[in-house]
Structure formats: C-alpha cells, structure tokens
Design a protein. Structure first.
Length: 234
C-alpha cells in the first residue's frame, strides 16, 4: 500500500488517469465553447437538427425536450426521449447541431437494434449493483485477515463489471457520432466545412469517454496491485 500512509499506487496508476481526464474535460468545454459561437449556415437549431437526423434514420417515435444545464444532453431509450441542454436545444450553432445529432444517433442505434448498444443496456442493472457493493467489499476485505482475501477479490470482480461497461460504451459513443455525421452530411444539414467543425466537437466529446474508460482500467489495476501487495506481505 505504501509507507507511512504514502500510497504510491495512487501516483503510479491514478495520476496519469487524472491528468488525461482533466485534459479531456478542458478540450470538450473549450471546443464546445468555440463552435457555439459559429452559427450554422442553414440556421438550424439543435432541436431542428435532431429532428432532421431522426427523419434521415426513419425513427419517428422519439420526442425531443429541453433540459437545464450544459452538456447534459442524452437519449433515454426507455422513454424514447432526447433531452437537449439549454446551449443546444434552441441554439443554431455548429456545436449545438453536432451534439443534438449525436443524441439522435443514439436513438437510431436503439431503433435498429445496434448490438453493442443492446449489450450496454443489458449491463446497466448489474453495473449499478456492482458500483454499490464493490468498494465497500474491497474496503472491508482489506480490514480483515489475509485469509479473507476472497472478499477483496469479490469486490474487485464486481468493479470489473464497471470496467466492462465503460469498454462497451466506447463503440456505442463512436458509432452514434458516425451516424450523426453521416446524417448531417447526406441530409444536407451542414455544409462540408461545417461538417468538419461538427466532427471536432464530437471527437472532443468522445475523449471524455476514453478518459473515463482509462480511469476505470487504471483503478482496476491499482486494486489488483493493492491486493497482490497485501498477500506478499503476509
């Protein structure tokens, strides 16, 4: 674990993840802010773009609503609702169009039965279960004598489900962006130069998912290192 409460594993495993997460958050916020100041030539708002992408994908039974906050946009497959944040819903910017189209891309995935998306949805309940129990079990296991290491291993196994969820999320997010950009281009929603700018917004957003996955993987490696170190010291 460390020496005199100095946990070296945090610096080895978690500091790179923290740095990557900070870079990803800065990049998505700065890129979104930059292209929020660039108006779409056709004057389409985020809501307009989402509706157009849904029509392109032949997905009629999805509603679109406005929600508060910034970058709180999402698609709920259970209710069939796309929620667009204030800087996206009624704003005619390249950033708004790109983000709204991405959420419509998720709706298309759900409609066509995109299998990674179905797998991700199936993992949600067990991932929620694992997220609630994994860390308490690991903490309790580390307090117990080493012969009870199976408690730590159960906790790590549950945490692994969260890592699997993050890994499955990556292709889902990349595919939603690909569907969005295809629709924006082929439906004539954005001109080619605007499409390049929208792609920059979506790539920046995708980096946050990459950073989250990397953080989960490094956390798992750290937990394994702590468990291994504990057994070696016994």
């Amino acid at each position: 674990m460390g020496f005199y409460y100095f946990d070296y594993t945090y610096f080895v495993y978690m500091l790179p993840a923290l740095i990557l997460s900070m870079i990803a958050q800065f990049r998505v916020k700065s890129t979104f802010a930059k292209y929020s100041r660039v108006s779409s030539a056709r004057g389409m708002t985020g809501r307009d773009a989402a509706e157009a992408v849904l029509r392109f994908g032949s997905v009629p039974q999805v509603s679109i609503r406005a929600v508060s906050g910034s970058l709180t946009d999402n698609f709920n497959p259970r209710t069939g609702v796309i929620s667009l944040s204030s800087p996206v819903y009624g704003v005619a910017s390249i950033a708004a169009v790109g983000v709204a189209a991405h959420e419509a891309g998720h709706a298309i995935q759900h409609a066509v039965g995109y299998w990674p998306n179905k797998l991700r949805s199936a993992l949600v309940p067990i991932t929620n279960f694992g997220s609630q129990l994994s860390m308490p079990l690991i903490f309790i296991g580390l307090l117990l004598p080493v012969q009870y290491d199976f408690v730590v291993l159960i906790g790590i196994g549950l945490y692994s489900l969260m890592v699997l969820f993050q890994l499955v999320t990556l292709p889902v997010e990349f595919n939603a962006s690909a569907r969005a950009l295809k629709a924006l281009g082929q439906a004539g929603i954005l001109y080619p130069n605007e499409l390049q700018d929208a792609a920059k917004v979506l790539r920046a957003a995708a980096m946050t998912y990459v950073a989250a996955t990397f953080t989960s993987l490094m956390t798992l490696l750290r937990l394994l290192a702590i468990a291994g170190s504990r057994r070696r010291r016994d």
